[in-house]
Design a protein around this ligand. Structure first.
Ligand code: NDP
Length: 327
């Protein structure tokens, strides 16, 4: 038996409770993992509260990421005792995810934890830090280099945004952080932001082409903000678009693309192929200081996740939330 947060539907409502589960109920998969830590992401909060149709079938164990120890393996790459991490691949959406003491998954969906980081630190980074790294790598691969000019990060105080600021600054980029929480400016400066802009300067409908302000951007926000970011990129600039905190719409024109050669680089963390995941996690281990990883996270117990999910959606949670599934 193991404990898991289980979601079920009752009269169209999503009901969440911690329950003991028999191991025989785990789905097929060639690797069984004893989970040490998971996290509470925005998507998990939507799933747990039922605020959006993240979960595709019930009953479901939510949790889009986890880190733990291999218990059984029929996969050539893993043996019992190996430390592994999983992000996405439909965990917590189409099959049981990380908010549990155990998971059985396809070994191809796991990656070995880089030796420099612990399972707890991996979940302090979580899908947010990993997505931020994918965004920065997309910009670098496009040819954006430190010294090219200012790089904007929108939604900078969020999980992805905070890690994007940290990684870009560590790599020597001059980072401009856009936030609706200017009272957190000192924290953003500490992470490496050179300047702060107020979120409202980007969130309202704007002109198709605006002053060329940024060499590149990481956008966590979408909607008018992403349209304004595209319109404010310098000739040949690029934006890595990963989020929709303002909205899923993209009310833009083609002007920045056809008149300034701007590139819109879509970033998906859920189904990104394995070699890019490995490259992202190795870069995280090499580049993000352990103190930074530890400082952005607080830890809660499995039973606290429903309450924290509701608080997260109300914007009351700061930093990353690690879930100790064994507490
Ligand atoms: P968080 O909730 O931690 O952060 C989102 C941030 O966006 C907030 O902190 C806030 O930043 C800003 N924001 C919130 N509401 C608005 C609004 N109405 N208008 C403008 N800005 C707003 O989420 P994450 O950082 O974990 O995720 C960021 C986005 O990326 C989400 O949309 C998430 O779904 C998406 N995502 C996508 C992934 C992918 O694979 N593509 C993977 C992970 C996340 P501030 O307070 O600084 O203004």
């Amino acid at each position: 038996m193991f404990n898991a947060l289980l979601l079920d539907k009752e009269d169209e409502r999503t009901v969440a409770s911690v329950q003991p589960i028999d191991e025989s109920r785990l789905a097929d998969g060639d690797v069984t993992v004893r989970i040490e830590f998971s996290t509470l992401n925005y998507k998990d909060a939507l799933a747990i509260t039922g605020k959006a149709p993240v979960v595709r079938k019930f009953p479901m164990v939510p949790g889009i990421d986890f880190a733990g120890v291999v218990e059984h393996s029929a996969h050539a790459d893993y043996k019992p005792g190996d430390l592994v991490v999983l992000n996405g691949w439909g965990a917590g959406e189409t099959h049981w995810g990380g908010l549990a003491q155990k998971a059985r998954v396809a070994g191809d969906h796991l990656i070995a934890l880089p030796p420099k980081i612990t399972t707890r630190q991996a979940m302090a980074v979580g899908t947010a830090g990993y997505t931020a790294m994918l965004c920065v790598q997309a910009l670098a691969q496009h040819g954006v280099a430190p010294g090219d000019g200012d790089v904007l990060v929108t939604g900078a105080n969020g999980g992805v945004g905070s890690f994007a600021v940290t990684i870009l600054a560590k790599r020597g980029y001059r980072v401009i952080a856009s936030t609706g929480r200017p009272e957190e400016a000192a924290r953003l400066s500490q992470l490496g932001a050179a300047d702060i802009v107020e979120r409202t300067t980007l969130s309202a409908p704007g002109k198709p082409l605006q002053k060329e302000r940024f060499a590149a951007a990481v956008d966590c926000v979408g909607s008018h903000t992403l349209a304004n970011v595209c319109a404010s990129l310098r000739y040949g600039g690029a934006v890595a678009a990963c989020g929709l905190a303002q909205g899923m719409d993209f009310p833009a024109t083609v002007a920045p693309f056809i008149l300034r050669g701007v590139a819109l680089l879509g970033v998906d963390s859920v189904y990104v192929p394995r070699p890019r995941r490995i490259a992202a996690w190795n870069a995280i281990a090499d580049e993000i200081p352990v103190e930074t990883i530890e400082s952005v996270a607080s830890t809660i117990a499995l039973g606290e996740t429903p309450d924290f999910a509701a608080r997260l959606l109300r914007g009351e949670v700061k930093g990353r939330v690690i879930v100790d599934v064994n507490a």
